[in-house]
Design a protein around this ligand. Sequence first.
Ligand code: HEM
Ligand code: HEM
Length: 159
Amino acid sequence: MAQRDGYSRIQIALHWAIVALVLVEYASGELVEEGSRTGALALIHVWPGLAIIALMLLRLAIRLVRGAPPPPRSEPELLRRFAVWMHWAFYVLLIAIPGGAALDWYFGLGFGQVIHDVGEPVFFALVWIHIGAAAAHHFIFRTNVVRRMVVPERQGQAH
Ligand code: HEM
Ligand code: HEM
């Protein structure tokens, strides 16, 4: 897989678009938890969830073809490995959670909703660690890690 100095414009756009959709999922999931499975639920929770699957698959394809920048060299080896695994865990969870739920929703495969319900708290726990790590990088270790998820890599900078 290619090693890069930064993320592309499309990788950055997808990262933040998916963050926005996850916020919608969080808010609507809480709202509809006790609700019935009617139209409003589909509009505000199911469809954005399906959009997440599509965008994550697109993102995964780009990630596999184009690659991503490695964690900063200044970081201890163990944390570098942890960061890489965390990122792959997000890819897996954000396909499995909505994908599983959709299997139940559309095909009545109950185990799918179990994947959604078990995966969802794990996912949000990882998100908090991810945000904490981003804050630590920015404010304590003062690396360029947050900047590179905001400013795209310049053309021709790849190795
Ligand atoms: C990444 C995408 C998704 C996230 C982060 C997410 C998150 C949540 C959260 C936080 C809740 C409320 C807490 C809970 O009861 O577990 C919830 C409930 C629910 N979600 Fe999702 N959801 C996603 C995608 C989907 C999709 C695509 C569907 C259907 C196709 C779906 C169906 C449901 C249902 C039926 C409930 C209420 C019943 C229940 O979980 O017990 N979710 N979701
Ligand atoms: C729904 C929540 C989020 C998810 C699922 C998520 C997922 C991811 C994934 C999968 C990557 C790795 C990209 C790749 O290698 O292809 C990443 C990188 C990154 N994310 Fe998030 N993210 C979320 C929220 C946030 C938030 C709120 C922030 C800001 C505080 C943030 C800041 C970053 C930064 C700075 C990177 C770059 C890390 C690096 O270059 O090593 N993320 N995110």
